[in-house]
Design a protein around this ligand. Structure first.
Ligand code: ATP
Length: 581
């Protein structure tokens, strides 16, 4: 496929806001894939060259993009920058400056050049990158150049997420979305949509059945549902394996001989940030290959007590890692085993995974395995829960002993019960910021006064608004928030956002903040959970309790389905209180 053809599809996606139409456009695009192009097409739709977990960056910022554009348009860099200050998008600046006919470049050729740009390093590489980019741009039409620059600068905004791409793949092959589930299953196991798409396209659905966990490729994590009482957990599971819930960073550790990689909950490579976990895995696990999960949590070396999340979170920093390791040492409490020396453990039961996990983690200072209580008694479970809460932990996670590990799924195989907050709502929500309002009064000085926040629905690949939030941020955080959001500013409502209210500034859904609220109510102002005549859900007295969460992508925000479950649970609790009083 020609790159020019690919950007025609990108152009169509840009102006489409109906999800069904987007799926249709993607299906048409995929149908034109030739040979082994499919993987590359999917990565480019994701604005990347590699799966999300591979930290390959282009290493080209706005300055270099301006250099390259100035070079191929034959004008001064200052003029390019001036145009950028008006347009705010180098893609649009390119459309003003370039007027070539269009290239005959194939998608594969452009991909290879981009690969070269991304992998060049060392002395002189900056100049080489710029001249490669200028060389590419000079062959391209304005539309090609627009999208190429957006890809390179990480600003490709097609309004599609992975679920839409997966639907598009299924439609391309069988004309409906009946194969999406199997595509998703494969994606959950290897986290590489390009690889899944290539296999699916070339060898059909059956080939996806052979995808299984692989050391070095992070598995999308299994997630927990919520419960509001010990009795509710026992009612659902009958018999449960109950573990303490530690409040730190979820880590998925991949050991391959002496190489150890640590992936975060959203599959980012944290190996450099957590050297003690890398070292401990080399020392405390002797098997050649293993994948296991656990929670990394800061502790007090004098008392051995775990610290709250606010302390652990300091280990997210990229700099002065040695110093941080001294000041805030981590332990990793392992709670699951996914793979061991050639054997896929995700298809084993919790009981057998756990037994093996206990066997392979040798005694040592950093790695340990969670304690567990096996019980069928709600009273016993409750006592365990209170004991953990008293020790400063977050609560418990109850697990179904005969369940396999279901990658990427949030279901009742794991149920979390957390210590109550003061308000009515027992749990916090992770919401995506989709816009902001300029401030009034004191906030005018920051140019930001409140945030429009949303939750996510995987089925529709859309964000639905749930709250306007104006409290919980310090002055410094407001300033920082504005800086972060201004990088994501868009002219109108982003295609994937469903909203009734309009903020002063719309932003691409990217940043997730943690919100505490008193209650979930019904409201005509918001779209989360709105159906037919039913009003949407809104949060009463929302306040931010955790600034932008680096460990969460927008698609990992709280889901509309979870909001509905929380709303129903809240109704039950209120009903109980009324009958008790
Ligand atoms: P939360 O913000 O409540 O941690 P979450 O969306 O990150 O929620 P959930 O699947 O809802 O994730 O809750 C399980 C999380 O709890 C895991 O992602 C993990 O980070 C953490 N955790 C702590 N201790 C355990 C444990 N013993 N077993 C499983 N998960 C645990």
């Amino acid at each position: 496929m020609k790159f020019a053809r690919l950007v025609e599809f990108f152009g169509e996606l840009e102006i489409t806001s109906s999800r069904n139409k987007m799926v249709g456009v993607l299906a048409d695009l995929f149908k034109e894939a030739q040979g082994d192009e499919m993987g590359k097409l999917v990565y480019l739709c994701q604005g990347r060259l590699v799966p999300f977990y591979e930290p390959l960056e282009f290493g080209i910022g706005e300055e270099l993009a301006a250099d390259a554009l100035a070079k191929c348009a034959g004008i001064a860099k200052s003029e390019v920058k001036e145009r950028f200050s008006k347009k705010g998008d180098y893609g649009l600046v390119a459309t003003e400056l370039l007027s070539n006919e269009g290239s005959t470049l194939e998608v594969g050729q452009v991909f290879d050049q981009l690969w070269l740009i991304a992998t060049l390093s060392g002395g002189g590489s900056v100049a080489q990158k710029t001249s490669l980019l200028a060389g590419l741009l000079s062959q391209m039409s304005d539309e090609e150049a627009k999208h190429l620059l957006r890809i390179i600068l990480g600003k490709l905004r097609l309004g599609i997420g992975d679920p839409t791409i997966m639907d598009g793949l299924s439609f391309a092959r069988v004309g409906d979305k009946s194969q999406r589930k199997d595509i998703e299953r494969a994606y959950n196991l290897c986290s590489d949509l390009g690889q899944v798409a290539r296999l699916y396209w070339q060898n059909g659905l059956d080939s996806l059945a052979h995808i299984s966990v692989h050391v070095g490729k992070p598995v999308r994590p299994a997630l927990a549902e919520r419960a509001t009482s010990a009795a509710a957990i026992i009612q659902r599971l009958q018999h449960a394996a109950v573990e303490p819930k530690y409040d730190g960073f979820r880590c998925q550790v991949h050991k391959d001989g002496t190489t150890v990689r640590v992936f975060s909950r959203n599959l980012e490579d944290f190996s450099d940030k957590f050297p003690e976990i890398v070292k401990a895995t080399q020392e405390q696990i002797t098997q050649q290959q293993a994948i296991f999960e656990g929670e990394a949590i800061a502790f007090n070396p004098q008392t051995g007590d775990f610290y709250p999340f606010q302390v652990t979170v300091q280990r997210k920093r990229k700099h002065k890692i040695d110093e941080m390791q001294e000041k805030v040492p981590l332990k990793l409490v392992a709670f699951d085993l996914l793979y061991l020396d050639g054997q896929d453990y995700t298809t084993e039961t919790y009981t057998s995974r756990r037994q093996k996990l206990r066997e392979i983690v040798l005694p040592g200072d950093v790695l340990s395995v969670t304690e567990v209580l096996e019980t069928s008694s709600a009273n016993e479970l409750e006592a365990f829960f209170f004991d953990k809460v008293q020790r400063g932990l977050e609560g418990i996670v109850a697990k179904r002993p005969d369940a396999t590990y279901q990658a990427g799924a949030r279901n009742f195989n794991w149920i979390k019960l957390k210590r109550s907050y003061q308000g009515e709502l027992q749990d916090t929500l992770d919401c995506v910021v989709v816009g902001y309002w300029w401030g009034r009064g004191q906030r005018t000085q920051f140019g930001i006064g409140s945030l429009l926040t949303a939750v996510y629905d995987k089925d529709t690949d859309r964000f639905y608004t749930i709250a306007r939030l104006g409290t919980g941020l310090t002055e410094i955080e407001w300033v920082q928030m504005r800086e972060e959001l201004d990088q994501l500013k868009v002219d109108g409502k982003p295609a994937r956002v469903e909203a009734i209210v309009a903020p002063d500034v719309w932003v691409e859904p990217k940043h997730v903040i943690e919100i505490q609220a008193d209650e979930i109510t019904r409201s005509p102002l918001h779209t989360a959970g709105r159906k037919g005549d039913d009003l949407g859900f809104a949060l009463r007295f929302p306040r931010m309790v955790n600034f932008i969460r680096a460990d969460r992508t927008a698609e990992e925000a709280t889901s509309v389905q979870e909001i509905l479950a929380m709303f129903e649970a809240q109704g039950k609790r209120q009903g109980q209180q009324e009958t008790e009083s």
